[in-house]
Structures are given as structure tokens and as C-alpha cells.
Design a protein. Sequence first.
Length: 257
Amino acid sequence: MGVLHAIIPAYVLSGFLVGFLVGMTGVGGGSLMTPLLILLFGISPEKAVATDLIYASVTKTGGSIVHAINETIDWRIVLRLASGSLPASLVTLIVLHVLGLDSEAVNAVITKVLGVTLVFTAMTLVFRPWLTAEYTRRVGEISVGNTARYTIATGVVLGTLVTISSVGAGALGVTALIILYPKLPIVRIAHAVPLTLVAGVGHLLGGTINSPTLLSLLCGSLPGIVIASTFAPRLPDVALRLTLAATLLFVAYKLLF
């Protein structure tokens, strides 16, 4: 009864909807879940980010296990990204702890970074085909050494953004990898699992995880992901990207203004 009493129906429904969208589209839940917790439920930005990071590490683990079994993960890329993102995440966490987790200053920084990251994510969704084509035309193929260095640098940027806002590993990360590894037919990475787990645990040490919210979100999102992955029809790629981009821009506007 104690566990059932902690479950909040509104969060279960929200988790299901986000999980359904993630399962159907493959878009990361951070860009949807964190703003939802802040704008709809009034949770402080720091607690929303912390809760979403732990939520993401749990929900992404299952998908990564499946991809690992199917041998669709390029562990070389995962290692390169992690060598940049994990140290960057730890440094960012130290800075946030120094500033004071859940302080007014930290919440203000998180809100602004989250809003700006959502704008970049939306633009990436809209212009990804043009960006990749233009980059290939202007730059061409990158040397093996530079590809490795740029991947590590991408990891640093993603580690910082994800730790602050819980957003960035989805559209931004995938676009960067498509540019860096254009010959790979499908980019499958398990990088988000250790990154969100490290960042989430770092926030957890500050006592900022809302446990009933996290439990309720997982109760809704896990079934949502399974149902969507199994039964939901996929929307046309262009329509999907434009719809998601418009949604993210609206959310970014609400956060920034």
C-alpha cells in the first residue's frame, strides 16, 4: 500500500505519453519530460532535471540491452563519446554543487540553458538533412584521427548540456554523429545510459530527486515505450520532425520569456 500510495496518477499519465512518443519516434524524452515537469507540474528546474536523468537512465537501459544483443552498437563510438562526456559531466556537477543545488542561481541557469538547448534541438530537427548535406559538400570526409578527436569534443559538449538540462543527447548528438560517421547505416549508441546515470547520481547526492514523481513516471513510461514500439505506426519523417520542432520551440519560448 505504501508504494501504491506514492504513485501519482497525473505523473503516470505524463510518463505514458512521453514514453509512447519516445517509443514511436525514437526522440529522447529529456526534451519533453523536463519541460513538462517544470511548466505543467511546477517542479523546480533542478529537481526536474535530476528526476528526468534518473528516469532516462532506467528507460534507456532496456533499449541499449536489446541493441547490444542484436550487435547494433558501435562500442568504439561509445568509448570516444564517454571519454569526453563523463569527465565533463563530473566537472559540471562540481560547479553546480559549488553554486548550490536547487538554489535560485542554479535554477535560473538550468532554465536558460534548457530553453536555448531546446531551440537548437528544434533547429537541428528541421535542418538536419540540409546540415549534413552542406557539411559533406563543404568539408568532405574527415580523417580518422580528427574524427576521433571531434567525437570526444562532441562528448564534452553533450556531457555538459545533459548534466545541466537533461537535453542534448538526442537530436543534437545524433546529428553530430551522422556528420562524423556518414558511412554508418544506423547510429546506435549506448552512451546515454552511463551519462544520464552519472549525472543523475550526481544530482541525487544533493538530495534533489523526487522519488514519488520518478516512480510514477516509470510506471507510465515503461508500458508506453513497449506499446508504442510494438504497435504504434510511425509518422512520415518530415511531418514528425516538423511537429516535434514546433512543440520544442513553443516550450522553449515558455521557458525563456
